[in-house]
Write a protein that binds this ligand. Structure first.
Ligand code: FES
Ligand code: FES
Length: 185
């Protein structure tokens, strides 16, 4: 089947997509966007997190066909050309990146949190990132990175980008309606 999807602001069309193919496969294997990682392919780790119409989802659990006519934003779409997004820069400066496998998902989840709650508490940060597993860092540096990004207005720049139904959503860590109960996002 053919899939038409806007990815990071660019309209993309891909033919011969298999009905069972995931959005993650479409992004990584067909569209040349390897930022979202495939660590578990079961909705458990959050490393494949991308925005779908402004809502973070596990791309491994979304069928590529479900993205037809919709908008996807990946970790690659957070940066402004060569300039890192403040959230990305904070992760680098706080030493929150080791092997980096979890990092793209954490960046999207942090970006999502800070665009809803500009100065989250530690509890709100932990809850918002609970669906993102990291095997390397012990999480302390990740928490430092989120705090640092918050002090720099890490979510402010993209507020206008958010879909209207998400823009006013109250509270951090509220259950995410991804339409897929298996997804930890
Ligand atoms: S690859 Fe682990 S949640 Fe998708
Ligand atoms: S930095 Fe290696 S899994 Fe998080």
């Amino acid at each position: 089947m053919r899939v038409n999807v806007e990815v990071n602001g660019e309209q993309r069309t891909e033919d011969n997509v298999w009905e069972g193919e995931s959005l993650l496969s479409l992004l990584r294997d067909r569209l040349g966007l390897p930022g979202a990682k495939n660590a578990c392919e079961q909705g458990e780790c959050g490393s494949c997190t991308v925005y779908l119409d402004g809502v973070p989802v596990c791309a491994c659990l979304v069928a590529a066909g479900q993205a037809e006519g919709r908008s996807v934003r990946t970790v690659e779409g957070l940066a402004d050309g060569d300039a890192l997004h403040p959230v990305q820069q904070a992760f680098v400066e706080a030493g929150a990146v080791q092997c980096g496998f979890c990092t793209p998902g954490l960046l999207v989840a942090t970006h999502d949190l800070l665009s809803r709650v500009s100065h989250p508490s530690d509890g709100e940060i932990r809850e918002a990132l609970a669906g993102n597993l990291c095997r390397c860092t012990g999480y302390e540096h990740i928490l430092d990175a989120v705090r640092l990004a918050a002090t720099r207005g890490g979510g402010r720049r993209d507020q206008e980008w958010r879909s209207p139904d998400r823009a006013g959503r109250p509270g951090a860590g509220a259950p995410r309606d991804t339409g897929d109960p298996e997804c930890e996002r």
